[in-house]
Write a protein that binds this ligand. Sequence first.
Ligand SMILES: NC(=O)c1ccc[n+]([C@@H]2O[C@H](COP(=O)([O-])OP(=O)(O)OC[C@H]3O[C@@H](n4cnc5c(N)ncnc54)[C@H](OP(=O)(O)O)[C@@H]3O)[C@@H](O)[C@H]2O)c1
Length: 280
Amino acid sequence: MKKKKYLVLGGKGKTGRKVVEKLTQLGKDVRIGSRSETPSFDWEDSSNWADVLKDVDSVYITFQPDLAVPGAQEAIKKFTSEAVKSGVQKLVLLSGKGEKEAEACEKIVMNSGVDWTIARASWFNQNFSESFFLDPILAGHVALPKEEALIPFIDTTDIADVAVEALLNEKHSKQIYELTGPRQLTFKDVVEEIAEAIGRDIHFQAISMDEYEKMLSENNVPDDYIWLIKYLFTDVLVPGNSEITNDVEKVLGRKPIEFSEYSKETAKTGVWNQNVNEQV
Ligand SMILES: NC(=O)c1ccc[n+]([C@@H]2O[C@H](COP(=O)([O-])OP(=O)(O)OC[C@H]3O[C@@H](n4cnc5c(N)ncnc54)[C@H](OP(=O)(O)O)[C@@H]3O)[C@@H](O)[C@H]2O)c1
């Protein structure tokens, strides 16, 4: 019998990379969706999508930069219809927990006519080691708004494990999972935990949303990214979106990873010891 092929979009990114690793370890046939693979996959250029989808049975979809941005619905609609036309049987979509705007994209996947699972994730732990919160950590000064927000940060290993389960096991068919970590933390808590893990002082400064926006603009962050960051801080970091769920445990049969475990393990990699200008 022909071996099933799995396509992982964002297969070099924070969750996709781990999904690729896990599927490969399990002996599965995996294609990485990336702008640097052949055939390359680019959300902004559909000319290669048919090649990328050739012989693929199941897809893990991570969209860039976020399902809430203008244009995301059109891209998801176009991709899912090409995927279904090409013979894909299962779609697993990574979405954002508490992102009302992303739900339109979820519905497109749910109504695609093939099997689906939606993984709505809370903010990732790895934003502090592989993304936009890394530089302030390295600089030893983290200035952020929403000081009061309680965030149930989740580890990308948990999301990837859920995605792999959803790809491999039919019992996750037509399920929406809300994925959070086991504890609510404020940004100040996060900074204190990372500072303790690396044995260095990191100063946390609470600022207003307007001050943050001005700071991003002065650092030449593009306007559409500022729009997205503002949306994520104002619409997603709200009290109604801070509850802890038990969906990770429901799917994986184990507890989600603790932030302190993430910070201790990440400290060992040395990523927080580099000079702010020396990042790979
Ligand atoms: N970060 C969070 O806290 C969080 C929380 C909830 C949900 N999410 C959702 O998770 C998804 C992934 O977000 P992330 O920021 O964590 O990114 P990520 O999965 O780390 O993805 C980064 C990857 O995106 C790829 N990429 C960038 N532009 C692309 C394009 N035009 N076409 C194709 N690939 C492109 C790059 O791959 P190549 O360079 O290899 O092409 C890069 O490796 C987003 O939809 C986001 O909304 C994120």
